[in-house]
Ligand binder design. Structure first.
Ligand code: AMP
Length: 413
């Protein structure tokens, strides 16, 4: 099947060809016709499958088809909501590429940067808006955004959106748009809460599923090291010295962990950068750009900061901390071995993470290959270290947290 068969017209075909896309990917083949038919759709697909174009191209096509209609001035006709800023920026870049030979205008708004320049662009009028939930609602409250003309609403990475606590924001945004809009929900996985959200806001949706969410690529060699927690940094240095070469992402669960490992690797002469939720947007974007350009070959990240980001040519993933949600393992290692290349994933498991490994192996229906020959083996009888609280009494306090203390609370991702 070609893009032409999917009823994509010349200006878009030209841009897509220049971007090097020969044929549509599977998710595009299945999704584009449904979107053009104005159906609500739930798509379960991960980054790397071409899902952005699966919604961007038919949205642009529909807008082009309508361009002969009397001009009302530019109003937001498509709204794409993304949980993270990096992903929002990436989606806008894709739209801009596909829009090259049209006069459709796109912009992206997200938090962590000055709001005024975003207001100025919005006031000039745009057709397509890509936004993170918080900033979108902020701008709406300030009356800079009018969602009365939205014909298509896209919720991208819906599972992550809910994990990050955006459920109320998403519902609010949905209500701010017109009732008869088309809604498209994209999610790497469809857990109950996503299904529930879909049931409340989508209208008789069609479903597209492109890959088994629990499957990991056959081209990824997956290795497992059992190691005491205190020796993980030494093990990491050991494998970087002796085993892994090339472009590597190291996943840690918390931003504190990311910072600590980054310092150690820098001290040891590695070219490293990092991303997590506490860094400013520009710093995060700079880090990503440096990694993509090859100025650094190691990127340390939390799951939330790295989710959805399209990074090609990754040689290996290190799971420095194992994820407590097994699907996260699949997302992480799905970043390597793209486009038929082979890749490798190395997981470090300490005594307290053995249960995580069990669930991961159950999900992927595969036993990871255990590397026993390394300098920091874990005593098989080692018990998890449990940090006991010295506080007495019930851990469930009766009092509610004050507003000030809630404000002080830092994000962990
Ligand atoms: P996504 O899953 O949307 O993040 O896309 C992953 C990568 O695939 C991006 O770099 C896209 O530019 C690229 N891509 C999307 N559609 C196609 C296609 N039909 N042919 C080749 N590459 C594509």
């Amino acid at each position: 099947m070609s893009f032409k068969d999917l009823k994509i017209s010349k200006p878009l075909l030209r841009a897509v060809a220049e971007a090097g896309y020969d044929n549509p990917t599977l998710v595009q083949e299945k999704t584009i016709p449904l979107v053009l038919e104005k159906k609500d759709v739930i798509v379960s697909a991960q980054t790397g499958t071409g899902k952005t174009a699966a919604f961007a191209l038919p949205i642009l096509q529909s807008l082009l088809d309508k361009q002969d209609a009397p001009k009302k001035g530019k109003t937001i006709k498509a709204l794409i909501v993304s949980p993270t800023r990096e992903l929002a920026i990436q989606i806008e870049n894709n739209f801009n590429t596909y829009c090259t030979y049209t006069n459709l205008r796109t912009t992206v708004v997200y938090g962590g940067t000055s709001i005024e320049p975003q207001k100025d662009i919005l006031k000039k009028g745009i057709d397509i808006l890509i936004a993170t939930p918080g900033r979108l609602l902020d701008l709406h409250k300030q009356d800079v955004i009018n969602l009365d003309y939205v014909e298509t609403l896209v919720l991208d990475e819906a599972d992550l959106m809910l994990d990050m606590g955006f459920i109320d924001d998403v519902k609010k945004i949905e209500r701010l748009c017109t009732r008869d809009k088309q809604t498209l929900l994209f999610s790497a996985t469809i857990p109950h809460k996503v299904e529930f959200l879909a049931n409340t806001i989508l209208n008789n949706p069609e479903r597209v599923e492109v890959a088994q969410n629990s499957s990991t690529s056959k081209n990824v060699n997956q290795w497992l090291y059992y190691v005491p927690k205190r020796n993980k940094i030494e093990l990491c240095l050991h494998v970087l010295r002796n085993t892994i070469k090339g472009n590597i992402i190291i996943f840690r669960r918390t931003k504190f962990g990311v910072d600590k490992l980054e310092k150690t690797l820098l001290k040891n002469g590695y070219k490293v950068d990092s991303i997590h939720g506490d860094k400013s947007q520009t710093t995060r974007q700079d880090a990503l750009n440096r990694f993509k350009k090859g100025e650094v070959n190691i990127l340390i990240a939390t799951d939330v900061a790295a989710r959805g980001i399209d990074i090609n040519e990754l040689d290996a993933v290190i799971n420095f901390d194992l994820p407590n949600i097994p699907e996260t393992y699949v997302h992480r290692i799905g970043r390597t071995a793209r486009a038929g290349n082979s890749g490798a994933a190395y997981s470090f498991c300490s005594a307290d993470e053995k249960n995580y490994i069990k669930s991961i192996q159950q999900l992927i229906q595969l036993q990871l290959d255990i590397i026993e020959e390394h300098p920091y083996p874990l005593d098989p009888k080692a018990k998890p270290i449990i940090h006991k609280s010295t506080k007495t009494g019930s851990k469930h306090k009766k009092r509610r947290k004050s507003v000030a203390s809630k404000k002080k609370k830092k994000r962990w991702y």
